[in-house]
Structure formats: C-alpha cells, structure tokens
Ligand binder design. Structure first.
Ligand code: 5AD
Ligand code: SF4
Length: 474
C-alpha cells in the first residue's frame, strides 16, 4: 500500500496554497493523501511566524508529536513554511524526532526529503532562491481534492521588499519576484477548463506584481505586465465568473488598477486594503509610505470606480510609540473609510524587525494594547452590522461553499466576499454552484439569503451529472 501523508497548515492564504502545491507534488511522487494524522505515515506541518502566538504553536505541536512518531515505526515528520525558513537547523537540532525542515523556497524538494527521511537521513533545506524555477510546478494532480470546489488560487508573485517595521515576511519569504504572465495565464486557463470559475491571485504584495520590471524597463524581457493589465487578460478567460486578488499594498493602487475595478466584468467588488494604522506618525514609523489622507483618497477613488465595492482591512494596535491620540486616529480612519470588516491584531515583536528594536519606554503596555484592541473591534462590529443591514432587500449571487455552521443551511460568498447563509436551499445543491438570493436578514457575522434560483455556473455544464432544481422564490 502507498504511504500516506497528511499536511497541517497554519497561517495565511499563501500557506494554504503552498500546502495545496505540496499535496500535488506528493501525489505525483506516488504517495496518497490521508484524512488525518492517525492514518498518516508522513506528517508535514506548514508553519506561520507572523505573530509570536502562531510561531509557538509549532513548538507545542512538535512536543506532542513525539508520541505520534513512536506509535508506529517508519513514521516521518517534516516542518516547512515561515518558522522553518527562519529557524532551519535549529528546529532540527532541538527536536530529535523531527526528520526534515524545508524553507518557503524549497517546496519542490519535499518529495526527495521524504524519501531521504525514509532512508534514515535528517536534513534542513532553507536556502533562498532568486530564480523563477519555484513557479515551475507540475499540473495540479487529479487526486488533489479541493476544500472549495470551483475556486482556486494562482500565485502571481512571491516575497516582499517593503520591510514594514513590524513584519517578518521579508525575512521568511525573501525578495519580491514576479512570475511571467504566460505561466499565470496558462495555469488560470487550465483551472477554468477543469471547472474552476473563481480565481484568487496571490502575492505578499500582490499589486506590486511586475513593478521592478516596469521600473527597470525590462517588462518585455521578464514577461511580466503591469498588474492592471494582467487582470485584464485574466478577466477575458471564457468561463471565468469571479476574479479576486490578495493582499495588495495601498501604495500600488495606481489609476489603472482603480479603473480596472470600474471596467472589468469579473473583477469582484471587494478589496482587502491593509491600513495598519490611521495615525501619520505611526504609519511613518511603520514605514508604510502613505498617509491616512492618501489612503482615504485611494479608497474614495475605488468607490467612485465601483460604487458597490466593499473595503476590508488589517489593523495593528500597540505598535511601539503609539499614543492614545494615535489610536484615536485609527478609530477615525476606520469610520471615515467605512471598512466593512477588519482583522485587528495586537502588535507582536518579531525577531530581526525594526520595531522589535524600539526603546523599552516606547513599548505599549499589553493591558493598554488589549483595551485598544477591544475598542477597535467593538467599533468594527457595529460597522459590519450596519453594512449587513444596508444589504437587506437586495438581490445577490452567491458562490456556494458547502454546509453552513447553522444546521440545515448552506453557505456561500457574495461578490463582496460576505458570507451568506441560505435556509431554504434544496438538498441537491453542491459546493461550486451559484445561487441567486435575496438578502432577508443581517447578523453581525453574515447575511441570510432566501433562494431565488440556482445556476450551474460552478461546474462545467458537460460535467453535471444531475439536473439542478430551479426553485421559484419562496
Ligand atoms: N504584530 C501584529 N500584527 C502583525 N501583522 C504582521 N506582522 C505583525 C506583527 N508583528 C499583521 C498585519 C498584516 C497581517 C497579515 O498581520 O496587520 O497585514
Ligand atoms: Fe509585511 Fe509590509 Fe511586506 Fe505586507 S508589505 S508583507 S506588512 S513587510
């Protein structure tokens, strides 16, 4: 019987997508995917180090896995992702039962590392590569199931050259590198051909795509395009219904990208626009390279281009040097832009970053940071609910994801990426299909929709082995 692997994934969508790439690579190498740790012979942990809490998870996981490894001879444990990139050999030395470590640029080596581990070899491969080779991966293996049928990620760039004061990503993901457009378009077309209708372009600063090539006048040689043009090309793929990208940086919203939001048929009316702070002083210390006024102007430009556009954001409270007045400026920004949702975090010092070097008297007390976080989240909750309420009575289309947390209901996402639960959906619907609904209720976390109709848009019509019920509005 083939050896079975299982992957535990922590962190951002980039990590989720890396795990998907890894799954495909291991399947191509002849292993089988197992449903859980229990049945697995090979366990891979894909780690995150964006905040200290995420990093600590690896160490507690590894402690517990000693027993897992001993329970059956021949079991193998590998660790990859951002902590692995940072710590490399150190993790291998610290945990004797760990077999291999691979960095964020070394996914392609994993099948060989597994084989070597099965032969008793322990190794760490975390060298940074500046080449485009890492984008040359085999086609998605046919057995690689999707958690979200009809949806797929496509990597367009990796790495980050921004070096924000608080952020470890430039260390763990290395320098910015953009993938040639031809490979992106080919992968996107193949995915759509295979039944995918919603694509999300991925990159640490996704809209910085190709910028170094544009600046150096070598776009043609590198095969990249300005980001807005890449979106235009992708938008034309027949069969594609939704196009998204994440995460952009506010300074790379040029006028062409803003215009694309008004013009491209399939580009969704949602932008995740990480603001981090609303105080110009703090933004400068964070090295974000924009002011609150500039962010507000770009947000307004996006809304002018696309009036139904929803903006969501990331915010940090308690960055070194953040005063009460700075925090108040963040609250004002949240109100002024009218963010519909926010991920907000307490600042967490990361080794080797500029902010971690701040003088002790500039640190914000944890209790104060907690208080600020709670105030910010309370404001955001009110804003989210107000937006949800404004949607009641409107019609929308949702892309079905599967069962809802509410028993008996299905859940999907509307074009604005809001979660919509539907109570009266017929049992025969499957994830990947599109439903027409009317929003009938707003809750703090989601919308409730009533069915108007279903279209078999999530799956190619020739692959539909069932007849869809089109129900009249109830
Ligand atoms: N502390 C707290 N939050 C952080 N983020 C990144 N680094 C840190 C840190 N050191 C947040 C930012 C970023 C999101 C992915 O995580 O808001 O946009
Ligand atoms: Fe981190 Fe800033 Fe790069 Fe985003 S742009 S990944 S916050 S360094």
């Amino acid at each position: 019987m083939a050896r079975r692997f299982h992957i535990r994934t922590y962190g951002c969508q980039m990590n989720v997508h890396d795990s998907q790439k890894l799954t495909s690579l291991l399947l191509h190498a002849g292993l089988e995917e197992g449903p859980d740790d229990e049945t697995a012979d090979v366990l891979v942990i894909n780690t995150c180090s964006i905040r200290e809490k995420a990093e600590n998870r690896l160490y507690s996981d590894l402690g517990e896995l000693r027993a897992w490894k001993q329970a059956r001879p021949g079991r193998v444990i590998g660790v990859g992702g951002c902590v692995a990139q940072q710590e490399g050999d150190t993790v291998l030395r610290r945990f004797g039962h760990l077999d291999f470590v691979f960095g964020t640029h070394n996914l392609r080596l994993v099948p060989a590392l597994v084989a070597a581990a099965e032969g008793g070899e322990r190794s760490a491969r975390t060298e940074e590569s500046r080449s485009l080779e890492r984008f040359d991966l085999p086609r998605r293996h046919p057995d690689a199931g999707s958690d979200t049928p009809g949806r797929a990620f496509v990597t367009v760039m990796e790495g980050c050259d921004m070096f924000c004061s608080f952020c470890i990503v430039p260390t763990t993901r290395g320098r910015e590198i953009s993938r040639p457009a031809a490979g992106i378009l080919e992968e996107a077309r193949a995915l759509v051909e295979a039944g995918v209708t919603e694509l999300t372009l991925l990159g640490q600063t996704v809209n910085a795509y190709g910028r170094h090539d544009v600046r150096r006048g070598r776009t043609a040689a590198a095969g990249t395009l300005p980001f807005a043009e890449l979106l235009r090309e992708l938008d034309r793929i027949p069969g594609l219904r939704r196009l998204r990208y994440t995460s952009p940086h506010p300074i790379f919203f040029d006028d062409e990208l803003v215009r694309a939001h008004g013009e491209l048929e399939h580009l969704c009316p949602h932008v995740h626009l990480p603001a981090q702070s609303g105080s110009d002083r703090v933004l400068e210390r964070m090295r974000r390279r924009y002011t609150a006024a500039q962010l507000i102007e770009r947000a307004a430009a996006l809304r002018r281009a696309r009036p139904d556009l929803v903006l969501t954001t990331d915010l940090i409270v308690g960055h070194p040097g953040e005063s009460d007045a700075d925090f108040e400026a963040t609250l004002r920004l949240v109100r002024e832009v009218g963010f519909v949702d926010a991920y907000s975090f307490k600042y967490s010092p990361r080794p080797g970053t500029a902010a971690a070097e701040a003088a002790p008297d500039e640190r914000v007390e944890p209790a104060l940071a907690q208080e600020r976080l709670e105030r910010l989240q309370a404001l955001q909750r009110d804003q989210t609910l107000a937006y949800h309420r404004s949607r009641v009575g409107q019609k929308t289309t949702l892309h079905l994801e599967g069962e809802s947390r509410r028993p008996g209901q299905v859940r999907g996402r509307d074009p604005q990426h809001r979660v919509v639960n539907v109570a009266d959906a017929p049992g025969r619907l499957q994830a990947g299909e599109y439903l027409e609904v009317e929003i009938v209720e707003a809750t703090p976390h989601s919308l409730i929709g009533a069915l108007i109709g279903a279209t078999p848009g999530g799956v190619r019509p020739d692959r539909l082995d069932r007849t869809l019920q089109i129900l009249p509005a109830s």
